[in-house]
Design a protein around this ligand. Structure first.
Ligand SMILES: [Zn+2]
Ligand SMILES: [Zn+2]
Length: 185
């Protein structure tokens, strides 16, 4: 494991959130409250209460700012983005073992709205990535027609494609065909 379990879980949430946006997915996949509710359900967010339009707006806004970290041109630009995100929350760190998870630290207060939850925990996860000197693990898929993001958690930093739409498979098949064409000449 490259990062701690809860950091990797928060990073997975960041990736999934960014990949709901038009800039990554080519279309808005967080179009309304039902989409946001499904997202929250899928990731087992604890205790976020009833979601409202304001939560949707805040989630989309944070999505763009998380995406800017992935697209940052170097560490200082990423640091600026992350510091702005985590600087807006009033952190309330505490240990919790909710919903059967092992002990881990939450940086948001119990019952905090979804936006606090995302900005604090996902923002801190991104901060840990930079602090560990691992910013280059935050990537954009290299398949030519794909703009989705990924976190490369492989030991040898070899992951190049997102795990949706089977980009890796498509590219391997394309490379295989190209090699065969070469061989046929
Ligand atoms: Zn938790
Ligand atoms: Zn892809």
């Amino acid at each position: 494991m490259i990062f701690t379990h809860d950091t990797e879980r928060a990073l997975a949430i960041v990736v999934e959130l960014i990949n709901t946006g038009p800039a990554a997915a080519g279309a808005e996949r967080l179009g309304g409250l039902p989409d946001l509710c499904a997202f929250v359900e899928r990731h087992g967010f604890s205790d976020v209460g009833e979601l409202a339009e304001a939560d949707l707006g805040r989630a989309r806004e944070l999505r763009d700012r998380f995406h800017a970290v992935f697209r940052a041109d170097g560490v200082p630009a990423a640091v600026r983005q992350i510091n702005e995100i985590v600087g807006e929350v009033r952190p309330t760190p505490h240990l919790t073992d909710h919903d059967g998870y092992d002990w881990h630290v939450h940086f948001f207060a119990p019952g905090a709205p979804l936006g606090e939850h995302l900005a604090a925990d996902c923002g801190m996860a991104l901060a840990y990535v930079v602090a560990a000197g691992e910013l280059d693990r935050l990537r954009t898929c290299e398949a030519p027609d794909c703009s989705r993001v990924l976190v490369d958690l492989s030991r040898n930093r070899c992951r190049r494609y997102c795990d949706s739409r089977t980009c890796g498979n498509r590219m391997h098949v394309a490379a295989y065909r190209a090699r065969q064409r070469e061989a046929a000449h």
